[in-house]
Design a protein around this ligand. Structure first.
Ligand code: NAD
Length: 425
């Protein structure tokens, strides 16, 4: 089956929630396309002296609640419909957590693995050059996404300062600490997801010791698993792109040990089961497909989109799924899980800890006052738990799944802002 165009899929989700929420038709009409789409061809000189051109985008989806906010993706398969869908989801994400920002997203069609650091720097500076007049701390605040890093944000904030003659750290987030990055940003998405997990556990009456399988052991999957382990839940399976491991004792693994072995040996499968940390009697190698089908209390896809589809949804045994990756379920799989009473915590809530701490970074840059890690996590906890309660209440009130509940929360906030500004009647 041909996968649904991501923007078409996003608009179907929007219309479903808008109907349930009885959204003002003018708001619905406004949210069916971005406010502005910027495109550019970025020509840079490669290290060998030749010229190469890269297609670049910035989609400014909606700024009714505050400046456009969203990352820049460097990826060979980036296209305008994907960037539009991601920019729409950012609008929903900032709405769900109630931070005073809108939604946007950017991208460059590029395989960064084929470029040197100097070439990536020139390309990143060229992106800022192309779009600078539409960016700004109160206009549009980009951030990192797939294959964009704090270093890239460092180059971008410098280029913006060079072009405008003014040092404005709040124009980009996800920066290195030395140029105004926030403490806690690295852990924010994983830890924020763990805060959501704790709220879900209360509702589902899951006890400490409940079993969890995590797909993906990168920034998000690692910090999520680390926090859950510390809270007393059992991480019984983890995986990366090469495969996974299952703790057949059922006792739970310490992600710190797994990370140590992964860093020493380079991968999770095979290598983790060497030496004193574990042995092959207690740990079994599994594939990523097997991980998804484990009989665990909670399954946490934290790597890629579209991993649970019509094909494998029938084999899913978990009671709940927490979407730490963006878009890990296809709409068909989502529908089937709802009919089977499997609770799905949607990405726009579960992984919103990242954009929330990005907002904290922006706020710290604007005030010039910097917070401790403890302050960052305390404020993050307040926002994540309040957002979970808002989404849960909306879903119960309208008798819908949590994804539709999350959309309803976001759409109502956008409608209120548009009315308050006189943009709709
Ligand atoms: P990352 O690059 O740090 O890690 C990705 C992980 O996925 C790695 O462990 C990689 O080995 C694994 N992986 C890759 N291919 C795989 C495969 N075929 N099967 C299983 N695992 C595979 O990325 P990240 O920042 O952790 O992001 C993960 C997801 O979370 C993405 O969907 C991203 O959009 C989303 N997300 C990230 C943030 C953030 O702050 N980093 C915020 C919101 C959403």
């Amino acid at each position: 089956m041909t996968p649904l165009n991501p923007f078409t899929g996003a608009m179907l989700q929007l219309k479903k929630a808008a109907t349930v929420a009885q959204l003002n038709p003018q708001v619905l009409a406004a949210l069916q396309q971005p406010q502005r789409v910027l495109e550019a061809d970025l020509a840079i000189t490669l290290d060998n002296g030749s010229k190469k051109t890269f297609k670049a985008f910035r989609v400014q989806y909606n700024d009714s609640r505050g400046p456009f906010k969203g990352g820049i993706r460097y990826y060979p398969k980036v296209d305008l419909d994907e960037v539009k869908a991601l920019a729409f989801w950012m609008t929903m994400k900032t709405g769900v957590v109630g931070i005073p920002m809108g939604g946007g997203k950017g991208g460059i069609v590029v395989n960064v693995k084929e470029l040197t650091a100097a070439e990536i720097e020139r390309l990143s500076r060229a992106w800022v050059g192309a779009f600078a007049k539409h960016l700004g701390p109160q206009t549009d605040v980009p951030a990192p996404d797939v294959y964009t890093t704090p270093q890239i944000m460092g180059w971008m904030v410098d280029e913006y300062a060079r072009l405008t003659g003014s040092w404005q750290p709040a124009v980009f987030t996800g920066k290195p600490l030395a140029v105004g990055g926030s403490l806690g940003r690295t852990e924010a998405t994983g830890f924020g997801g763990a805060m959501i997990f704790e709220e879900l556990a209360k509702k589902m009456k899951l006890k400490k010791g409940a079993t969890v399988a995590v797909q993906g052991f990168g920034n998000v999957g690692y910090y999520f698993a680390e926090k859950l382990h510390d809270l007393g839940y059992k991480i019984i399976a983890v995986s990366d792109s090469k495969g996974g491991i299952l703790d057949i004792r059922g006792k739970g693994m310490d992600p710190r040990n797994i990370l140590k072995t992964k860093q020493a040996k380079g991968m999770i499968d095979g290598c983790y089961c060497i030496g004193t940390v574990c042995d092959c009697e207690n740990y079994k190698q599994i594939t990523n497909d097997e991980l998804l089908e484990l009989d665990v209390d909670v399954l946490v896809p934290a790597a890629l989109e579209n991993v649970i589809t019509e094909e494998n949804v029938g084999a899913i045994k978990a009671k709940a799924i927490v979407e730490m990756a963006n878009g890990p379920l296809t709409p068909e799989a989502d529908e089937k899980l709802w009919t089977r009473n499997v609770v799905v915590v949607p990405d726009i809530l579960a992984n919103a800890g990242g954009v929330t701490v990005s907002y904290f970074e922006w706020a710290q840059n604007l005030s010039g006052l910097y917070w401790t890690k403890e302050e960052v996590f305390k404020k993050l906890h307040e926002i994540m738990t309040r957002s979970f309660d808002d989404v849960w209440a909306a879903a119960k009130k309208h008798k819908v799944d949590l994804r539709t509940g999350a959309y309803i929360v976001a759409l109502q906030r956008i409608e209120e802002a548009m009315k308050a500004r006189g943009l709709v009647k």
